[in-house]
Ligand binder design. Sequence first.
Ligand code: SF4
Length: 241
Amino acid sequence: MQALARLYEASHGASTPQEIIAQAVQELFAGRIAVVSSFGAESAVLLHMIAAVDPATPVLFLDTGRHFRATLEYRKTLAERLGLQNVQDILPLGEMLKKEDPFGALSMIDKDRCCFIRKVEPMARAVAPFAAWMTGRKQFQAATRATLAVFEAVGPRMRINPLARWQAADLKAYAEQHDLPVHPLTAEGYRSIGCMPCTRPVYEGEDQRAGRWAGSEKTECGIHLSGLTDRLKNLGASDQT
Ligand code: SF4
């Protein structure tokens, strides 16, 4: 799959996001692809592009139970406005929550474990039936994403980042051109929006994702890291290629 990812990167990586999405949804992974969305600050652009190609594309939303109320309301608004036909709320396993986070305070004690229970494990379950999934990650978001490729192999599956090479100005122009609804918290300085206990507004000169897990070493929840591959293996998810 690594070789295939490199091949796709060479042949399609420099295409426009709309062309990449159309290729992926209608040809390369037709009927076997989903998109993962946090319905965060910049989610509208990718979802609008996908809806234009196929509004029935499965949209996987990790409902951690820790989102801002504004995010849950925005999820509804955006899904209705774009005509998304298949938004799936992916929940953590009840028994895992009961056993490991009975009081809902795990994010204060062990953020990695909290993210595993609420994001990584549910994400692995959600993408297991698909051969590929799309994300809204961009190179400019953080130093840790500066070399992000459009096509990435994740075990036997493909992760596709159609907006990887877009800049903030491209997103802004697209959102304005299509009059896309904005996440209400962006007006308060939130530029990357995750769970409420682990997100703060971003200050002038900071990375877009500086408000996530601020004050800790943590920079990613784990759904884009190797832990996901390990979890997929543990689930015994079959090769989708
Ligand atoms: S972002 Fe925070 S609250 Fe959300 S799953 Fe991770 S540690 Fe828990």
